[in-house]
Design a protein around this ligand. Structure first.
Ligand code: SIN
Length: 191
């Protein structure tokens, strides 16, 4: 599979017949909402865990020196908190471009974090078959990789540290993210 997923996402899932669509964000989409939205609400997705196993060629690294960013890995007993946004379908032109480096979107259910109820919406996941996938490594190795990576959107460490801060605000104990943060801070890469 090519790592540019724009066409694949638009072909697989035309959205223009819908008046609005919910989107679940679990990585930079939590703390960097560079798109208009109708409302946003903290939410949780079940059966997945957040992992820094995806390579970034276009935001926090380059094709020659990819950074490491978040994707979701299937984990039946786990869940992952994030931020859900209700957007109009035209916003997906921007989102598909932003998430083009290996992320495919699909509809799934997520539940509200602070109240009962759930909604069907889209989530972008970069699966193990995409060309930019880097896979598992220890949290110390991931931190060292992040520490030396940088791309058009800025230092890779900024992505990790912003995400850790956003997860604390959501009261989410993500040990994977917090362990990488500790390793990064030990390398002197705090803000
Ligand atoms: C997401 O945040 O939901 C996807 C990964 C990213 O853009 O960082």
């Amino acid at each position: 599979m090519s790592h540019n997923t724009i066409e694949e996402n638009q072909r697989a899932q035309p959205l223009n017949h819908l008046s609005s669509v919910w989107l679940f964000g679990y990585g930079s989409l939590i703390y960097k909402a560079d798109f208009p939205y109708l409302q946003r609400r903290p939410a949780r997705i079940h059966g997945w865990q957040r992992r820094f196993w995806q390579g970034s060629h276009d935001h926090r690294g380059t094709p020659e020196k990819p950074g490491r960013v978040a994707t979701l890995i299937e984990a039946p007993e786990k869940s992952c908190a994030g931020m859900a946004y209700e957007v109009t379908p035209d916003v997906f032109a921007h989102l598909d471009h932003r998430e083009k480096n290996g992320y495919l979107r699909f509809f799934t259910e997520f539940e509200w974090l602070n109240s009962s109820g759930s909604v069907e919406g889209l989530v972008y996941v970069a699966g193990p078959n995409n060309e930019a996938f880097l896979g598992e490594a220890s949290e110390a190795e991931i931190a060292a990789h992040i520490a030396r990576s940088e791309g058009p959107s800025g230092p890779n460490s900024e992505y990790l540290l912003n995400l850790a801060a956003a997860l604390r605000e959501l009261d989410e104990q993500d040990e994977h993210v917090f362990a990488i943060e500790r390793e990064l801070l030990a390398l002197g890469l705090g803000t």
